[in-house]
Design a binder for this molecule. Structure first.
Ligand SMILES: CC(C)(COP(=O)(O)OP(=O)(O)OC[C@H]1O[C@@H](n2cnc3c(N)ncnc32)[C@H](O)[C@@H]1OP(=O)(O)O)[C@@H](O)C(=O)NCCC(=O)NCCS
Length: 136
């Protein structure tokens, strides 16, 4: 997807402590960064902090990330349910010299709005109606 289709949510730097045994960014760290960014986006869109991750779909680690690389994490709403929202997420590495971005990881994540005891409750109609066209 192009930049104009997606919202920049957060940026990270791959530090020494984030690397795995091959000198690449450890996959579990990338998953955590994407989950956190998507959670941030889901809570802002749904205007509640009571959102939980229920599913992370297939994750593609397309390119390695080395120490010192900056990572931009983008998101886009792709589906609106009753209590759930699905986001497509991309992490891209940024070349500081050329400004070029390269896709490194992508996935879809589903979040569910929950009440105070952890049961699903509907996302408000006022918010849902702005995204229902995505389901057509
Ligand atoms: C999220 C949770 C409350 C949903 O409970 P549930 O009993 O599955 O609820 P329901 O079957 O009524 O489904 C509620 C919504 O979740 C969606 N959902 C549930 N499981 C799903 C899955 N595996 N994939 C996609 N959507 C899913 C349903 O489609 C439904 O969406 P809709 O309201 O938009 O139609 C429950 O699974 C949970 O608490 N999971 C743990 C969440 C958590 O702790 N996450 C942090 C990661 S460790």
């Amino acid at each position: 997807m192009t930049n104009k289709d997606m919202l920049l949510i957060t940026q990270k730097i791959a530090m020494t402590r984030d690397l795995g045994v091959h000198g690449n960014l450890f996959g579990g760290n990338m998953l955590s960064w994407i989950d956190e960014a998507a959670g941030l986006m889901a809570t802002k869109i749904c205007r509640t902090t009571n959102m939980v991750t229920v599913k992370m779909e297939e994750v593609n680690f397309k390119r390695p990330v080395k120490m010192g690389f900056s990572i931009s994490i983008y998101g886009k709403v792709v589906k609106m349910g009753t209590s759930s929202i699905t986001l497509y997420m991309e992490a891209r590495k940024h070349n500081v010299y050329s400004g070029e971005e390269t896709l490194v990881t992508s996935t879809k994540i589903v979040f569910v709005r929950i009440d105070e005891v952890g049961d699903p409750i509907p996302i408000t109609e006022e918010i849902r109606k702005n995204y229902l066209h995505l389901n057509e």
